[in-house]
Design a protein around this ligand. Structure first.
Ligand code: SF4
Length: 340
């Protein structure tokens, strides 16, 4: 099977005890069934502690409820007691995979590193070079993919190339990126994915003046109305409402756009919804740019990723919002991109 990863993937190292925002805080860790069964068999005091800590959540999944906002197995040095005593293989799938997002498409697998992790975030924003992706073959057998995949994959390549075209200002690229997604969505809605190949990165937006309010502050208020992971997130969003815009390097914003586009566009094979994911890419870039004035770019991206990418509920609400909420609509995003 072919595995595709961002070009910095091999440089990732977990900061472990030195991590300033350990992933073992604030999130309740779900324990997969196989690992839970293993925990029920562990002897001695650690086994007793595991069995005391494990509970079923509202969905019936096993989990370790947080203790004072921290995983009960996180020790005073921010190291995992299970990992330290029983080895990495004894940790749950969630713990072993984080901060990786793994997507199986059948013929290939794509693995990204969540920008909510400080180490992965630093790699993403640590260079001005265009973000590229590497491929390698493994012995694992490939499976058949969705019938739309051969059409969506080259389209995503063209959309990524469009975002990385540094001969043009980023906002112009983002406008064309959205326009391309609109045209592609029409073909998908008509169940004619084979026509996607007629769309190229050369398609240019017809420039026109757009009236109406921009994306902010509504976009920030919308995020504030979703499930909140960290209690100071609403305050950060409120502060960003009133700050004047400040210049953020386009090369960094471009890398953020490519990170989100790589991760989300191809998911349209599952439900045919390409356009709202393209809107999500633009919304993420503009919101992170706005938040960066308050807390700095890497922290802005980290916080956005935490609150949106790690909550299916929030992600779904945002994708729905692009269709249902006028202040998050395509026109609003295009208007915002037309604003200097
Ligand atoms: S957030 Fe990243 S660097 Fe920090 S403990 Fe988790 S995986 Fe390691």
């Amino acid at each position: 099977m072919l595995i595709r990863v961002p070009d910095y993937y091999g440089d990732f190292r977990c900061l472990a005890g030195a991590c300033p925002h350990t992933c073992c805080e604030k999130w309740e860790v779900v324990i997969d069934e196989e690992t839970a069964c293993r925990y029920f068999e562990v002897p001695g005091p650690l086994g007793d502690k595991l069995r005391d800590a494990i509970q079923a959540d509202e969905e019936g999944d096993f989990c370790f409820p947080l203790d004072g906002g921290r995983c009960p197995f996180l020790d005073g040095e921010n190291l995992c007691e299970i990992h330290r005593t029983l080895g990495e293989d004894a940790t749950s799938v969630t713990c072993r995979e984080h901060p990786r997002f793994i997507e199986d498409y059948g013929p290939f697998r794509e693995v990204t590193l969540s920008a909510s992790c400080p180490a992965a975030n630093a790699l993403l924003l640590g260079t001005d070079m265009p973000l590229t992706f590497l491929e390698r073959e493994t012995a694992e057998p490939a499976e058949e993919g969705d019938e739309w995949l051969p059409f969506l994959l080259p389209l995503r390549d063209r959309m990524l190339a469009l975002l990385a075209d540094r001969t043009r200002p980023l906002r112009a690229r983002l406008r064309d990126f959205l326009t391309l997604a609109v045209k592609a969505q029409e073909f998908l809605d008509e169940d004619q994915p084979e026509l996607l190949s007629s769309l190229t990165a050369e398609n240019r937006t017809q420039e026109k003046h757009r009236d109406g309010p921009g994306l902010f502050p509504y976009g920030l208020r919308f995020l504030g109305g979703l499930e909140i992971l960290e209690p100071d997130w609403p305050d950060l969003l409120r502060q960003a409402e009133t700050v004047p815009a400040a210049a953020v390097p386009e090369t960094a914003l471009e890398r953020i756009a490519v990170y989100f586009a790589f991760r989300y566009l191809l998911k349209a094979v599952n439900d045919g919804d390409l356009l709202s994911r393209a809107q999500m890419v633009v919304f993420a870039v503009l919101t992170v740019e706005r938040l960066a004035v308050v807390c700095g770019l890497s922290e802005a991206l980290r916080r956005f990723s935490c609150e949106v990418e790690h909550s299916d509920e929030n992600l779904d609400a945002l994708l729905r919002g692009f269709w249902q909420e006028e202040p998050l609509s395509l026109d609003t995003l295009l208007k915002e991109l037309s604003t200097a």
